[in-house]
Design a protein around this ligand. Structure first.
Ligand code: NAD
Length: 251
C-alpha cells in the first residue's frame, strides 16, 4: 500500500480539462480506480487512450453538468460502475471576463451554474453515498478569485466565494460521518481556461509579476495538494481551502 493509500479507492473526477486530467493521471498512478465525467467526449477519449491510465481501468461518462438531474445521474452512474464511491474531485469551471455593467444575465447564470451549482449537485449526490458508507473525501476547485477582487471577474469570483462556503458547510454537516470536504485554490495556471487570456499582449508577464514565486502555476503544481486532501492521510482535515498560488494571495 502506498503512503497515500489510494489503491482500489473508487474515485470520480469531474472534469477532464487541464487540472482534472492532471489529477486523474496522478490518481491512476497512485492506484485509484477511476471514473471521469466531462461534456467534451474528445477530452475523455484522450484519457481512455492514455497508456498511463490503462491500469486504472478508467470509465468515462459524457454529460453536460448544468442541471441537477445530470449531476445526480453522473454521480449515481459512476458509483454504480465503480461499485461505490470513496473520492470525488470536482474540477469543472468556466469564466468570461467582463466589467460588471457589461455582464448579461446569461453569462452570470452560466458561470454560477457550472462553477457553483454543479458543485452543490454533485457534492450532494456523492455525500449521500459517502455518508451511508461512513467514509469519503471530496476536493473541489476554488480559486484565488474567491479571496481577491480581480476586475472583470464578478460571476467567477462570486462562484468561488460561494464554493468556499459550500465546502465549509458540507464539511461541518458530514464530519461526524467520516466524510471530509476541502478545496484547492490555484492561482493562474496554464490550461484552456486561461490560455487565451494569458496570450493577450503583456498579460502573461503582468500576471507573473503578481506572483511572489515569480512564475505561473502548472497543472502538476495542484496535484500534490489534491491527492493529499483526497487521501486517508488527510482524514482529520476538513472544511479547508488550500491555496496553491506561489504566494499570490500574500500580496
Ligand atoms: N486554470 C486556472 O488557472 C485555474 C485557477 C483557479 C481555479 N481553477 C479552477 O479549476 C477547475 C478546473 O479548471 P481547468 O483549468 O482544468 O479548466 P479547463 O477549461 O481546462 O477544463 C474545464 C473542463 O470542464 C469541462 N466542462 C465545461 N463545461 C462543462 C459542462 N457544462 N459539463 C461538463 N463539463 C464541462 C470542459 O470540457 C473542460 O474539460 C475549475 O473549477 C477552475 O475554475 C482553474
Amino acid at each position: 500500500m502506498g503512503w497515500l493509500g489510494f489503491e482500489e479507492r473508487r474515485t470520480l473526477v469531474i472534469g477532464a480539462g487541464g487540472l482534472g486530467t492532471a489529477c486523474a493521471r496522478a490518481l491512476a498512478e497512485a492506484g485509484a480506480r477511476l471514473a471521469v465525467v466531462d461534456a467534451d467526449e474528445g477530452r475523455l477519449k484522450v484519457l481512455r487512450d492514455d497508456p498511463a491510465l490503462a491500469a486504472a481501468d478508467v470509465r468515462t461518462l459524457t454529460a453536460d453538468l448544468t442541471s441537477s438531474d445530470a449531476c445526480e445521474q453522473a454521480v449515481t452512474t459512476a458509483a454504480r460502475e465503480l461499485g461505490g464511491l470513496d473520492v470525488l474531485v470536482h474540477a469543472v469551471g468556466t469564466n468570461d471576463r467582463r466589467p460588471v455593467v457589461d455582464t448579461p444575465d446569461e453569462v452570470w447564470d452560466r458561470i454560477l451554474t457550472l462553477n457553483l451549482s454543479s458543485a452543490f449537485w454533485t457534492g450532494r449526490a456523492a455525500g449521500r453515498f459517502m455518508r451511508e458508507a461512513g467514509h469519503g473525501s471530496m476536493v473541489f476547485f476554488s480559486s484565488v478569485s474567491s479571496r481577491l477582487a480581480h476586475r472583470h471577474h464578478a460571476p467567477y469570483a462570486a462562484s468561488k466565494g460561494g464554493l468556499d462556503q459550500l465546502v465549509k458547510v458540507m464539511a461541518r454537516e458530514w464530519a461526524a460521518d467520516g466524510v471530509t470536504v476541502n478545496a484547492v485554490a490555484p492561482g493562474y495556471t496554464e490550461t484552456e481556461l486561461t490560455r487565451a487570456y494569458l496570450d493577450k499582449p503583456g498579460m502573461r508577464e503582468e500576471m507573473t509579476s503578481l506572483v511572489p514565486a515569480g512564475r505561473l502555476g502548472t497543472p502538476q503544481d495542484v496535484v500534490g495538494a489534491v491527492l493529499f486532501l483526497a487521501s486517508a492521510r488527510a482524514s482529520f482535515v476538513t472544511g479547508q481551502v488550500l491555496y496553491v498560488d506561489g504566494g499570490r494571495t500574500l500580496v
